[in-house]
Design a protein around this ligand. Structure first.
Ligand code: UDX
Ligand code: UDX
Length: 431
C-alpha cells in the first residue's frame, strides 16, 4: 500500500511520520509550497519535539516524500488520508471547505480504487458527505471506500501519542477498508474499536468535550479553593487516585486553548442543537472557559489598582508548553485585555511568536526573560514552560519594579514564592 497524506499540518505531518516509521511508503501533499519545500529538506514548519528528527530520517531514507502535485499524488496512491484543518466558523459550526476540496480533488483525479481515510476532526455525518463529494467530482465511477479514523494527538506530545496510541478507532461499513487499515496499523499493540462511521466521528468529539469538561470543572472548583484557602492541586491529587476519575486533565489554570478543544466543544453543541438536544453541560464548560483568564486578571488588577501605564511581564504565549501553536491561546486574550486597559506589555515565550497583527503592535516582544521582567510591576505567567519553573526567582527580584507574581498555570510553589518575598497568586493554589 502506498499512502498519501493530504494536509501536512500538525496532524498530517505526524501521521506521515508514524506511517513511515511503521515501514510504509508515504507522500505528504499540501497546497502550501513553502511548507512542502521545508519538509522536502527534512525540516518542519512548526515546533513539535522530536518530530523534525523523525521526518528528516525518513526523508533521507526515501520512505517519505512531499509534493504539491495533487494530480500525480492522488493517481499514484492507494490509501489517502485527509488531514486538512477544520476550523470553527463564526457561528460555531466546523468549516468543512478544506475537507470538501480534498474530497473533490480525490474524486476528480482518481484512476482506480482508493481507500479514503478521514483523520481531520469532522462533524457527525461528514463521512456520508465525503462520499457524496467524491462521487459528484468523479469523471468515471471508480470504486472507493471512506473510513473515519480520528486522531488523538496532543501537540507537544504528538510523537509519543502517535507511536504509542492508547486506541485506534475505525469507523467504516466496509470490511475491505477495515482489513486494509488493520494491516496499515498492524505494528500497534493497542485496543481497537471498529464501528460505524458516525460513532467514530462522535467518539472524537465526545472525548475532547469530556476532557474540556474536566478542565472547566477544576477551574470552577479552584475558585472555591481560593475562598476556602485550599490548594486545588492537592485536591486534584486526591481525586486522581480514584481510577474512575484518573489523574489527568485536572489542572486548573487559565482555561483550555488550542486548535481542538474550543472548536470541538462548540461544534458538538451545534450538532446537538441541530438535533434538538441540549448539551447544557457543554454550554457551561464554554462559559467557564471564556471567563477563566479574567479571574486571574481581576486578581492582578485589584493588587495594582489599575493596569494603566504599568509594566506587565507576560510569560508564555503558546496555548500549552512544547508547542509554538497560539491558536485560541488564553495568553492572547490576556494580552488584548491588558492593552485595552493601557498596560505596557512585555512578552517572552521560548518559541511562540505573536501574530503580525496591528492589535499587538504595542507589545514589546523580548528575546530574553530578563528583558520582560525589567521594571515589571507584575508578572503574569500564561504557559507552563519548564524553564520558567527553573529560573532563579530570588535573584530575578532585583530586576522587578514590584515583586507581584500571578501564576495562570499554578506552576510555582506558592509557599516558596511567598517565602522569597513575592506577592504570589495562582488559581486556587493557596494553602
Ligand atoms: C488538524 C485536523 O485536521 C483538525 O481537523 C483537527 O481537529 C486538529 O488538527 P492541524 O493539523 O492542526 O489540523 O491543521 P493545520 O496545522 O492547519 O494543517 C492543515 C494543513 O492542510 C495545512 O498545512 C494546510 O496548508 C493544508 N491544506 C489546507 C491543504 O493541503 N489543502 C487545503 O485545501 C487546505
Ligand atoms: C487535544 C486532545 O488532548 C487530543 O487528544 C486531540 O486529538 C487534540 O486536542 P491538544 O489540544 O494538543 O490535544 O492539547 P491538550 O494537552 O489536550 O491541552 C488542551 C488545552 O487544555 C491546553 O490549553 C492546556 O493548557 C489545557 N489543559 C490541559 C488544562 O488547562 N488543564 C489540564 O489539566 C490539561
Amino acid at each position: 500500500m502506498k499512502i498519501l497524506i493530504i494536509g501536512t499540518g500538525y496532524v498530517g505531518a505526524t501521521t506521515a511520520m508514524v506511517l513511515a516509521e511503521s515501514g510504509w511508503e508515504v507522500t505528504g501533499l499540501d497546497v502550501d509550497a513553502f511548507k512542502i519545500e521545508r519538509l522536502r529538506q527534512g525540516r518542519l514548519h512548526f515546533h513539535e519535539p522530536s518530530l523534525e528528527d523523525l521526518i528528516s530520517k525518513h526523508v533521507h531514507s526515501g520512505r517519505l516524500l512531499f509534493t504539491t502535485d495533487k494530480e500525480t499524488a492522488i493517481a499514484e496512491h492507494d490509501v489517502i488520508f485527509i488531514c486538512v484543518g477544520t476550523p470553527s466558523q463564526p457561528d460555531g459550526n466546523a468549516d468543512l471547505r478544506y475537507v470538501q476540496q480534498a474530497a473533490e480533488d480525490i474524486g476528480y483525479w482518481m484512476n482506480d480504487y482508493k481507500l479514503v481515510v478521514t483523520k481531520s476532526t469532522v462533524p457527525v455525518g461528514t463521512q456520508e458527505q465525503i462520499i457524496a463529494w467524491i462521487k459528484a467530482a468523479q469523471r468515471k465511477a471508480y470504486p472507493f471506500d471512506v473510513a473515519s479514523n480520528p486522531e488523538f494527538l496532543r501537540e507537544g506530545k504528538a510523537v509519543e501519542d502517535a507511536l504509542q496510541p492508547d486506541r485506534i478507532v475505525i469507523g467504516t461499513d466496509s470490511a475491505s477498508a477495515t482489513e486494509q487499515l488493520q494491516k496499515l496499523y498492524e505494528v500497534f499493540q493497542c485496543p481497537w474499536i471498529v464501528t460505524k462511521p458516525r460513532t467514530a466521528e462522535l467518539i472524537k468529539y465526545a472525548s475532547n468535550a469530556f476532557l474540556a469538561t474536566k478542565i472547566s470543572y477544576m477551574n470552577e472548583l479552584a475558585r472555591l479553593c481560593d475562598e476556602l484557602k485550599i490548594n486545588v492541586k492537592e485536591v486534584a491529587d486526591g481525586m486522581g487516585l480514584d481510577p474512575r476519575i484518573g489523574p489527568s486533565f485536572l489542572q486548573a489554570g487559565l482555561g483550555y486553548g488550542g486548535s481542538c478543544f474550543p472548536k470541538d466543544v462548540s461544534e458538538l453543541v451545534m450538532t446537538s442543537r441541530k438535533h434538538e438536544v441540549n448539551l447544557h453541560i457543554l454550554d457551561q464548560v464554554m462559559e467557564v472557559n471564556r471567563n477563566q483568564f479574567t479571574y486571574l486578571l481581576d486578581k492582578a488588577r485589584s493588587r495594582l489598582g489599575s493596569f494603566a501605564d504599568k509594566n506587565i511581564a507576560v510569560l508564555g504565549l503558546a496555548f500549552k508548553p512544547n508547542t509554538d501553536d497560539i491558536r485560541e491561546a488564553p495568553a492572547l486574550r490576556m494580552i488584548q485585555e491588558l492593552l485595552l486597559e493601557q498596560a505596557k506589555v512585555k512578552l517572552f515565550d521560548p518559541v511562540a511568536k505573536l501574530p503580525g497583527h496591528a492589535a499587538y503592535e504595542a507589545v514589546t516582544v523580548c528575546a530574553l526573560v530578563e528583558e520582560a521582567l525589567q521594571d515589571a510591576e507584575a508578572i503574569i505567567l500564561c504557559t507552563e514552560w519548564t524553564e520558567f519553573e527553573q529560573l532563579d526567582w530570588e535573584n530575578l527580584k532585583v530586576l522587578l519594579g514590584q515583586a507581584n507574581f500571578f501564576d495562570g498555570r499554578n506552576m510555582m510553589d506558592a509557599r516558596r514564592m511567598r517565602g522569597i518575598g513575592y506577592y504570589y497568586q495562582g488559581i486556587g493554589n493557596d494553602y
